[in-house]
Design a binder for this molecule. Structure first.
Ligand code: MG
Length: 169
């Protein structure tokens, strides 16, 4: 049995390939760039990492389990819609979002001008204050697939709060 108000943490990681002919969407923000991320959905790698962190914190698996790749319902879907579904799901299991913190790994484009929009987008969909959402960006200084501009990755942690009066499942 878990005491009410206890915290649960989860971690999420994702990476997608950069290709021409796709829009680059991170945290629901459209980033001007000659290449975007390939994937079945809109390939919003930041939001995918946040979803996996949130699901993991609730002990509910990963996004592949809830939104199978290849399912025509999710073709080119906005990952913000999928994130909203995750929030509703963890809420139905008695959890609310404590805070989220995430780091995007990209050698280009420069993401600093877009960070606040990503935070606001995620906070709105998560149903929390923007102060509860951290988004940061770093480069790999030319090393590896990030450094070769072959892809963008993101890592996130989520802390969930068990609603008062609910025992653990
Ligand atoms: Mg993904």
């Amino acid at each position: 049995m878990t005491s009410p108000g206890c915290h649960r943490v989860g971690v999420g990681y994702d990476a997608h390939r950069l290709v021409e002919g796709r829009r680059l969407i991170l945290g629901g923000a459209v980033i001007p760039h000659p290449a975007g991320l390939s994937g079945h959905s809109d390939a919003d790698v930041l939001t995918h990492a946040v979803m996996d962190a949130t699901l993991g914190a609730a002990g509910l698996g990963d996004i592949g389990r809830h939104f199978p790749p290849g399912d025509p319902r999710y073709k080119d879907i906005s990952s913000m819609i999928l994130l909203r579904n995750v929030v509703v799901l963890v809420g139905s299991h008695g959890y609310t979002i404590g805070n989220i913190d995430a780091t995007i790994l990209a050698d280009e484009p420069a993401l600093a001008p877009h960070i606040e929009l990503m935070r606001n987008n995620l906070a709105q969909v998560l149903g929390v204050a923007v102060e509860q959402v951290g988004v940061k960006a770093t480069t790999s200084e030319g090393m590896g697939f990030i450094g070769r501009r072959e892809g963008i990755a993101a890592i996130a942690v989520a802390a969930l709060i068990r609603s008062a009066g609910r025992d653990s499942p």
